[in-house]
Design a protein around this ligand. Structure first.
Ligand code: ATP
Ligand code: CA
Ligand code: CA
Length: 433
C-alpha cells in the first residue's frame, strides 16, 4: 500500500534507473571494445567490475546525471558472444545510446520483469531476478560453448549482463538480448508455446480487444496452427530445437517457451495492428527533464490500468506527448532486414520463411526463438510442481522437472511442424473418417 502513495516517485525512479542502465552500458561496452581483441581465458567467465558514477565524474568514469553504481559481468565473454552472434560493435553501441522511445510490450509475463526496447527495436533489456542472474553466471561457460558450437541456436542471445544500484541500495539485475521480432514487419499473431495445456490459454474474448496479445498453446491448438515447413527446413529446425533443449535440460532449467510471431506476406504491413497500438513518446530536448529522458525507453507494466496510469504520469513529466504511429519508412530501415546473418533461422528477412513440401517458399515468415530460459528448477518451482500436481495431472501442468519439461516441449514442437500440404492431407483424412 506504500506503493500507491509513492506512485510518482516510483515512476521517476524507474525512469532514472533506465537512464542509468544505458549510461552504464555505454561506458562498459566502449571500455571493453577499446581493448585489443584477444581469446577468452577461464578467468573471463568469473570477472566482474564495479563502477561508481556521479555528477562530477572521476579518473575512471565520466560524469553522469545521477549518482549510481554499475556492475559489469564477464565483459570479455559478452564481447565474444556479440561477435559470434554477428553484431557490429559500433551498431550495438549506437542502438543502446541514441534516443529512445517508450514502447509497450504486447503481452508481458507475470514475473514482474521489466522490458526496455532500444529505439531501433533490435534489442531488449530485461530485468531479471537475482536467482536468474546467478543462474546465468553459473552456466555462462556452458551457454558460451553451446552458442559457439551452434551458430543457429534458437535460445535467447545474451549480449550483456549488468547490474545497477540506486543510491538507496536497490540492486537491479538485467540482461541485454535480441528482440526476436523485426522492426520493419508487422507481426500478425504471436504465440508463446510450452507444450503444456493447463492454464495455457489466452482469453479469446480479450483477444478481440487486443488482437496482438500473445496467445498460448490452447489458442494455437484451437486454430489448428502449424509451423509450415517443408522437409529441408523442418529437419534443420527440429535438429536445432533438440540440441537447444538438451542444453536447457543439462543446465536444469524449465518454464522456457518457443515464442513465435507470424508475418503473413499476403497481409503485409498494411493493417498494421501493432503500429497503431504502439505508443511512441518522443521527448524533445528543450528542458532539463526532457534531457534526462532522452536516452530512455521505459517498458511494460503488469496491467493495462497501471500502464495507463504510468503513461499519464509520463505525460505530465514530458509535458509533450506525441502518440504517433510508428512510421517505419521514417526510420529509414533497409527493406532487407538481415541482422543476425549468422543464423539460418533469422535469414529470411530476419526470420524463417515457411516452405512447401517441395521446399518452395510459402506465404508466412516466422520470427521465433526459445525465450525465458533462466528459470532454474529450484526449490520454489519444485514446490509449485507438487502443489499444482495435487489438482491436475503432473505431466500436463507447465511446471515440471527439466528432463520431462524438455521432453514434452520438444514433443509438442515436433508435432506442430508440418508442410502445408501435409496439413491439408491430414484434414482431408480426418473428414473422411
Ligand atoms: P513469466 O516468467 O511470467 O513467463 P517473464 O517476465 O519472465 O514472464 P518472458 O516469458 O521472458 O517474461 O516474456 C514475456 C513476453 O515478452 C513474451 O511472451 C513475449 O511476448 C515477450 N518477449 C520476451 N522475450 C522476447 C524477445 N526476445 N523478443 C520478442 N519478444 C519477447
Ligand atoms: Ca515466460
Ligand atoms: Ca520468467
Amino acid at each position: 500500500k506504500v506503493l500507491v502513495g509513492t506512485k510518482v516517485d516510483i515512476n521517476h525512479a524507474n525512469w532514472i534507473t533506465a537512464y542509468n542502465m544505458l549510461t552504464g552500458i555505454r561506458f562498459v561496452v566502449s571500455r571493453i571494445n577499446a581493448k585489443m581483441f584477444r581469446p577468452l581465458t577461464d578467468a573471463d567467465f568469473d570477472a566482474k567490475h564495479k563502477f561508481s558514477f556521479d555528477i562530477t565524474g572521476n579518473e575512471l568514469t565520466p560524469s553522469a546525471k545521477y549518482d549510481f553504481k554499475f556492475k559489469d559481468y564477464s565483459p570479455w565473454v559478452f564481447r565474444h558472444l556479440r561477435q559470434s552472434f554477428g553484431l557490429d560493435p559500433a551498431d550495438y553501441l549506437m542502438s543502446l545510446t541514441s534516443k529512445y522511445i517508450l514502447s509497450e510490450l504486447g503481452s508481458p509475463g507475470k514475473s514482474g520483469s521489466f522490458f526496455y526496447f532500444s529505439r531501433d527495436y533490435k534489442y531488449i533489456i530485461k530485468t531479471i531476478r537475482h536467482g536468474e542472474h546467478l543462474f546465468l553466471r553459473r552456466n555462462l561457460k556452458e551457454y558460451y560453448q553451446h552458442v559457439t558450437e551452434n551458430p543457429n541456436t534458437l535460445v535467447s542471445q545474451f549480449y550483456g549482463l549488468h547490474r545497477v544500484k540506486t543510491p538507496f541500495g536497490r540492486k537491479i539485475h538485467f540482461v541485454v538480448m535480441n528482440n526476436l521480432f523485426p522492426p520493419h514487419r508487422d507481426i500478425h499473431q504471436t504465440y508463446d508455446l510450452k507444450g503444456s495445456t493447463i492454464g495455457r490459454d489466452y482469453s479469446e474474448v480479450k483477444l478481440l480487444e487486443n488482437p496482438r496479445a500473445t496467445m498460448k498453446d490452447l489458442n494455437w491448438l484451437r486454430r489448428d496452427m502449424h509451423l509450415e515447413l517443408g522437409p529441408a527446413k523442418k529437419r534443420m529446425f527440429l535438429e536445432q530445437v533438440e540440441k537447444d533443449v538438451r542444453l536447457l535440460q543439462k543446465m536444469g532449467v524449465m518454464d522456457y517457451s518457443l515464442l513465435i510471431g507470424t508475418h503473413d506476406l499476403n497481409r503485409g504491413n498494411k493493417d498494421d495492428i501493432r503500429n497503431n497500438a504502439l505508443k511512441v513518446f518522443q521527448p524533445g530536448a528543450s528542458t532539463n527533464v526532457e534531457d534526462d529522458l532522452e536516452n530512455v525507453v521505459l517498458a511494460r507494466t503488469p496491467s493495462k490500468l497501471e500502464n495507463a496510469r504510468r503513461i499519464r504520469e509520463l505525460r505530465k513529466v514530458i509535458n509533450k506527448e506525441v502518440p504517433v504511429t510508428l512510421d517505419r519508412s521514417a526510420n529509414r530501415l533497409p527493406d532487407e532486414y538481415s541482422e543476425n546473418k549468422n543464423s539460418i533461422f533469422y535469414n529470411d528477412d530476419g526470420g524463417l520463411r515457411a516452405t512447401h513440401e517441395t521446399d518452395e517458399p510459402g506465404d508466412v515468415i516466422y520470427y521465433l526463438g526459445i525465450i525465458d530460459c533462466l528459470t532454474h528448477y529450484g526449490f520454489i518451482k519444485k514446490a509449485e510442481h507438487l502443489w499444482k500436481g495435487l489438482t491436475a495431472p503432473k505431466n500436463e501442468i507447465s511446471v515440471n522437472p527439466p528432463g520431462s519439461y524438455g521432453d514434452r516441449f520438444f514433443k509438442f514442437i515436433s508435432s506442430v511442424v508440418k508442410s502445408p500440404e501435409e496439413v491439408i492431407r491430414e484434414k482431408e483424412a480426418r473428414r473422411e473418417s
